[in-house]
Every structure is written in structure tokens, then in C-alpha cells.
Design a protein around this ligand. Structure first.
Ligand code: ARG
Length: 460
């Protein structure tokens, strides 16, 4: 063993503790295939530019094919002594093909190499997450369609406010997930720029062709300042911010699922395969999946704070601090991928209980606003209508009945403008159907929105 790639300058080896402390190979080996792709593109460019020979390139290509198959089959020996994924692969390549392997790093640094690997990895990850968000949206649309006209008490302050349809309620989460996709795709544009060619920090003296490397690797362009390219991780922070909002939205939905499944509310049931029991209380069926999703949002927000803090004090250009970017990034991606996958599976496993929703709607004077609107349409100023209905609600509360339980004569005591046509207005179905405009809860609008969302998703 000739020692480390950089050991020529040193008079003593690092201690085992320092070796372990500074190494990243046990987590950054996850970027091995990206590292190989980047190296091959770099080597081909070096050969095109006559910086290495065609024979060297051929040796690098065949050696890398071997390295890749060893990694994919699990036989590759990852070595802590070689610090990170980059040096492990380069060392094995050199063992296989000799001097050609030693020429691969010409005009390159691990600083632009690692930044390239992360961007390649993150681009793939964003595409995976985008696909999972689409699957989650499809599942929400399917359930929303079944319940386009199912009445649910809409809440404000966790108190019955006005009737909405369950489909409309689910479509709110569809809107959130659509924006989540937009944010991911927007972040992707800034992820998808090539740092390679920046070398350690200042660029390189070799006649490189960065644009051709960018094209081969599918980047939309090159990073145009070498110091910035090797040091900033803002693209990763943007991803973590977008990921945090995904988790905020999933967590809000989870909170509702938990509430709705509580036997005190009983609006839904969740299929057994997403729940667990209690080891002491035989009657329990707990919504573990939504609870864990709500909990896991915290670790993603933590990673966002971690990476912001990691960046904020770093002078230009690369500092080893940046090696700490990977674990939060990987853990966030894993958390998101698992959470979205499980939610896309779980949504079809939600059983809706329309009777429980209807019963809850009878308990909060949910059509009081409809009665006020009715009076306004008969000519009363809205503030006076609000007052008249408030008095009617007070009377209903004293009697222990709902607004439509009053007789016409009783209602007319609150306003002489009330006529026989009021009873259609006081029904839940009437209340829902009346809100018939873009963004409103009328079943007709819910169905139209579902159709538009399906169209933009395309055939799945
Ligand atoms: N493992 C390092 C990282 O993750 C690669 C870059 C190391 N560069 C250096 N000059 N030490 O950032």
C-alpha cells in the first residue's frame, strides 16, 4: 500500500480515530455510480482534447466497467483508508489498469468531483420524488372522485364552520402537492449545472471543454464561477426547503387522518395494514403511519436547519465542512421517498363513513352563513342579516335543535323577509351546490377540478 493519495507531503499517518472522523466512504459510497459516470465523461473529454491518449481512455473505460460491476454485485471492497467514494474508486481503477488510472484525475479535484456527484445524485432523486408526488396526487384524485358529493363539516378553529364535500377537502391536498412538484422542478434547474472543470477552486491550466462534459452528463449548462461551483451547496438547501414543505403538507394531512380516525370523530377508517395495535390494550388500532409521518417531518426540518448552519460561516472556497452535507441530504431523500410511497398506497385504503360526517354536520349550525346570504339576497344589509341569524342560532341552541327544525313562522320572527323557499337553502346539499364557482365546494366544481388535474397529470 503506497499510503493515501495525498500522503507524500506528510511525515506521520493519521490516528485511527482521525481516520474514522474524517472519512466519508461509509455514506458517500451511495454516489458511486454517479462518481463513475462523472469520471467517464471527464476522461472522454480529456481524450478528445488530447490531454490523455486514446489508449489511456480505453483502459479507463474498461477498468471502470469492471469497478462498476464489482460495486453492483457487492464484491467491491470499500476501504476506510481511502477516505471517500472518489479515492476508493480511483484506487481500484489504478490497481486494475495502472498508469491510465493515475491520469484520470488530470485537471480535476475532488472538490469539483464531489459537487458533480451530488448534483447528479440529487437530480435523479428529485425525479423519483416528482414521480411519487404524482402517484400520491392520483390516489387523492381517485378518492376525491368517489366523494365529490359527500358532505363533510368544514372546520375553522376546529369547530364546525360550513359544509364542504370530502372530495373538495382532499383536493386542497392535491393543490399543495402540485406546488410541491413545482418547487422540486424549480430547484432542479439550479441543481442541474455542471461544477466539473472548476478543479480545486481556481479552474485548471489544461485546455478542457466543459460544455461537452455538461452535455454528456445531461446538465443544462456549466457553473460559471469556479469558487462558487466547488463551495456552495445552496442547491441542496433549496431541495431540503422544498422537501420540508412536502413534509409540512403530509404532516397536516396526517393530523387530519388521525383526528378523523379517532373513535370520538369516526369519519374514516384506515386499512389494518397501515395501523398497529397495543401490546396492553386489546381494543386499540392506532394510526401509526400518519403519526410517524407527522413525526418524521421534524427530522427533515432539522436537516434543513443543519445545512443552512453548515453553510453560513464558510469562507470561499471548499472547506471540509461540506462533507457533512451528505447524510442530511440522503436521510431527507429516504424519508420523503418512503413517506410518499406509503401515502400513495394508504390513500386508497381509507374507508369513508358518510353517516358520521353527516351527523357531525347537524351539530354546528353549518348552514347559518347560507341563511345570512339568503337574507342579503332578499335585500337586507349583510351586517343586519348576520345579527338576525345569530339570534336564530341562539334560540336554536336554547331549544337544542338545528336551524331547519324551526317552523316558517318561528323563522319569520327573526326576519319577516324569510319565506317558504328558505328550507332549500338550509339543507346541506343546497349549501354545497350553491358554491358553484372555481375553487368552490359544489360537487360540480369538484368533478371539474378533478378532470383538469387528471388532464395535466396525463395518462398514468
Ligand atoms: N469527501 C469529500 C466531501 O465529501 C470530498 C472532497 C474532499 N476534498 C478535499 N480537499 N478534502 O466533500
Amino acid at each position: 500500500d503506497a499510503g493515501k493519495a495525498w500522503s507524500g507531503r506528510f511525515s506521520e499517518p493519521v490516528s485511527d480515530l482521525v481516520k474514522r472522523y474524517t472519512a466519508s466512504v461509509f455514506f458517500d459510497q451511495r454516489m458511486a455510480l454517479q462518481d463513475i459516470r462523472g469520471s467517464l465523461a471527464h476522461a472522454r473529454m480529456l481524450a478528445r482534447q488530447n490531454i490523455i491518449s486514446a489508449a489511456d481512455l480505453a483502459a479507463i473505460e474498461s477498468g471502470m466497467a469492471q469497478v462498476k460491476s464489482e460495486i453492483e454485485s457487492g464484491s467491491f471492497h470499500w476501504n476506510l483508508d481511502d477516505e471517500d467514494v472518489h479515492l476508493n474508486i480511483e484506487k481500484r481503477l489504478t490497481a486494475l489498469v495502472g498508469d491510465a488510472g493515475k491520469r484520470l484525475h488530470t485537471g480535476r479535484s475532488r472538490n469539483d468531483q464531489v459537487a458533480t456527484d451530488i448534483r447528479l445524485w440529487l437530480r435523479d432523486t428529485i425525479d423519483t420524488i416528482d414521480g411519487l408526488l404524482a402517484a400520491y396526487i392520483r390516489a387523492l384524485l381517485d378518492l376525491a372522485e368517489q366523494h365529490a358529493a359527500t358532505p363533510l363539516p368544514g372546520f375553522t378553529h376546529l369547530q364546525v364552520a360550513q359544509p364542504v364535500t370530502f372530495g373538495h377537502h382532499l383536493l386542497a391536498y392535491v393543490e399543495m402537492a402540485r406546488r410541491d412538484r413545482e418547487r422540486m422542478m424549480d430547484a432542479r434547474k439550479r441543481v442541474n449545472r455542471l461544477p466539473l472543470g472548476s478543479a480545486a477552486l481556481a479552474g485548471t491550466t489544461f485546455p478542457i471543454d466543459r460544455e461537452s462534459v455538461a452535455r454528456e452528463l445531461g446538465f443544462e449548462g456549466v457553473c460559471e464561477n469556479s469558487l462558487d461551483a466547488v463551495s456552495d451547496r445552496d442547491f441542496a438547501i433549496e431541495f431540503l426547503a422544498a422537501a420540508s414543505l412536502v413534509m409540512v403538507h403530509v404532516s397536516r394531512f396526517s393530523e387530519e387522518l388521525i383526528l378523523w380516525m379517532s373513535p370520538r370523530v369516526g369519519f374514516i377508517d384506515i386499512a389494518d395494514r397501515f395501523c398497529t395495535g397495543s401490546s396492553i390494550m386489546p381494543q386499540k388500532k392506532n394510526p401509526d403511519v400518519p403519526e410517524l409521518a407527522r413525526g418524521k417531518s421534524g427530522r427533515v426540518f432539522g436537516h434543513l436547519m443543519g445545512l443552512l448552519t453548515l453553510m453560513k460561516g464558510q469562507p470561499l472556497a471548499y472547506n471540509k465542512d461540506n462533507q457533512e452535507d451528505k447524510e442530511p441530504l440522503f436521510d431527507t431523500a429516504d424519508t420523503l421517498v418512503d413517506t410518499l410511497r406509503i401515502f400513495a398506497d394508504m390513500v386508497p385504503g381509507i374507508t369513508v363513513k358518510p353517516e358520521a360526517m353527516a351527523a357531525a354536520l347537524k351539530q354546528g349550525y353549518a348552514t347559518a352563513t347560507d341563511l345570512a346570504d339568503y337574507l342579503v339576497k332578499k335585500g337586507l344589509p349583510f351586517r343586519d342579516a348576520h345579527e338576525a341569524v345569530a339570534l336564530a342560532v341562539r334560540a336554536a341552541e336554547q331549544r337544542g335543535c338545528d336551524l331547519p327544525d324551526f317552523s316558517l313562522a318561528e323563522l319569520q320572527a327573526f326576519s319577516p323577509l324569510i319565506g317558504e323557499d328558505v328550507f332549500a337553502v338550509l339543507t346541506v346539499a343546497g349549501s354545497l351546490a350553491a358554491r358553484n364557482h372555481i375553487g368552490g365546494t359544489a360537487p360540480e366544481q369538484v368533478r371539474a377540478t378533478i378532470a383538469r388535474r387528471r388532464k395535466e397529470l396525463g395518462p398514468g
